[in-house]
Design a protein around this ligand. Structure first.
Ligand SMILES: [Zn+2]
Length: 293
C-alpha cells in the first residue's frame, strides 16, 4: 500500500475488520494514511444471550469497537475515523435510501481505496455482509468513471485474486483487537479464530504465492463500468458448487442469532417494521442470483 491515500473500510458489524481484513487495516494505519471505518449496523443481535440483545448490547459493542480500534492505533501515531450509519443488526436494507447514503458518503470523502465485503462471492452469506458489499457496489455504479476510487477490494471473498503483503508479527496486535470484542468471543474462541481462520488462510497464501499475504477480490472496471457478477449459467461447475456451498451453509450460523423480533427488542414499532420488511430484498441465495440475471 502507498502512503498519503485515503482508505475507506465498510464493515457490517463491529468485529468484521478483525475477521475479514485486519492486516491491510493495520498497514493503512501504520503508513499514516487516512483510515475511515464505515460501520453499517449497530450490532444489536450479536449474542445468543437474549437478556443482552438490543440497545444494551449495541452500547457495549460500540465501546468494544472503540477499544479494538485503540489496540490497532497503539504506537502508530494515527487515528481511525469511524462513521456509523446506524442500521439495525440483521436488517441492513439494500434499497434506494441505503445506496444513496453510501453514495453521498463516498462522494463527500472521495476515498482512493474502498474495501468492503464481497457482494457476490461471499464467504459469509449473512445478509448484512452481502448488503454491505452490495450497497457499496451499487453506490459506486452511480459514479462517473473518472470519479471512481483507484482501487475497490472485497474481503471475505471466495474468489480472491488480489494479495496484499502482511507481517506475521501483526497477529499479536490483531489478537489484542479481537480480544476487545468480549461479547462476541471467549478467550478460547479468540485463539481458534486466529489459528483456524487467519493463520491458515495466510499459510495457504504462503504456499500459493510464496509470500505472507491477505487476500481480496479486486473489482474490475471495464470501459468505465464496474464489471457485473458472472452469470450463474456461465459459472464452471466448481465455482457453482462453491457458491452453492457457501450460500447455503453460512446462513445457518446467523439465523441462530436473529431469533427475537425487532418489536421484542423494542427497537422498532409495528408500523416501522412493516415498512422495513417492504424495503427488504428477498433472501440472497443461489436461486436469487439465478433469478436476477
Ligand atoms: Zn459480521
Amino acid at each position: 500500500m502507498k502512503k498519503n491515500v485515503k482508505v475507506m473500510f465498510f464493515t457490517p458489524h463491529p468485529d468484521d475488520i478483525e475477521l475479514g481484513c485486519p492486516f491491510i487495516y493495520l498497514e493503512a494505519i501504520r503508513l499514516g494514511n487516512e483510515v475511515i471505518e464505515v460501520l453499517m449496523t449497530n450490532g444489536e443481535y450479536g449474542t445468543t444471550n437474549n437478556d443482552f440483545k438490543g440497545k444494551r448490547l449495541s452500547r457495549i459493542r460500540m465501546v468494544e469497537l472503540d477499544r479494538a480500534n485503540k489496540a490497532f492505533e497503539k504506537g502508530m501515531n494515527n487515528k481511525i475515523r469511524v462513521v456509523k450509519l446506524g442500521y439495525i443488526d440483521g436488517h441492513l436494507p439494500l434499497n434506494k435510501e441505503s445506496v444513496q447514503r453510501v453514495f453521498d458518503l463516498l462522494k463527500k470523502e472521495k476515498p482512493d481505496i474502498v474495501i468492503t465485503c464481497d457482494p457476490w462471492y461471499a464467504q459469509d452469506f449473512h445478509e448484512d455482509h452481502l448488503n454491505t458489499g452490495r450497497t457499496v457496489y451499487f453506490a459506486l455504479k452511480k459514479f462517473k468513471p473518472a470519479e471512481l476510487p483507484k482501487k475497490i477490494l472485497y474481503y471475505l471473498s471466495t474468489r480472491t485474486d488480489f494479495y496484499v503483503k502482511c507481517r506475521w508479527k501483526d497477529f499479536k496486535i490483531i489478537k489484542e483487537a479481537l480480544a476487545e470484542h468480549k461479547t462476541q468471543y471467549t478467550a478460547l474462541e479468540n485463539k481458534l479464530i486466529i489459528l483456524m481462520y487467519n493463520k491458515f488462510a495466510i499459510l495457504r497464501h504462503l504456499f500459493e504465492k510464496c509470500s505472507i499475504s491477505e487476500s481480496f477480490r479486486e473489482q474490475r472496471v471495464l470501459n468505465g463500468e464496474l464489471e457485473p457478477p458472472e452469470k450463474f449459467e456461465k459459472m464452471s461447475f466448481r465455482k457453482r458448487s462453491r457458491y452453492y456451498t457457501y450460500s447455503t451453509v453460512t446462513i445457518w450460523g446467523y439465523m441462530k442469532l436473529i431469533d427475537m423480533s425487532l418489536e421484542e427488542l423494542g427497537l422498532i414499532s409495528k408500523f416501522d417494521l412493516s415498512d422495513t420488511l417492504k424495503n427488504r430484498e428477498p433472501r440472497y441465495t443461489y436461486k436469487y442470483l439465478k433469478k436476477k440475471r
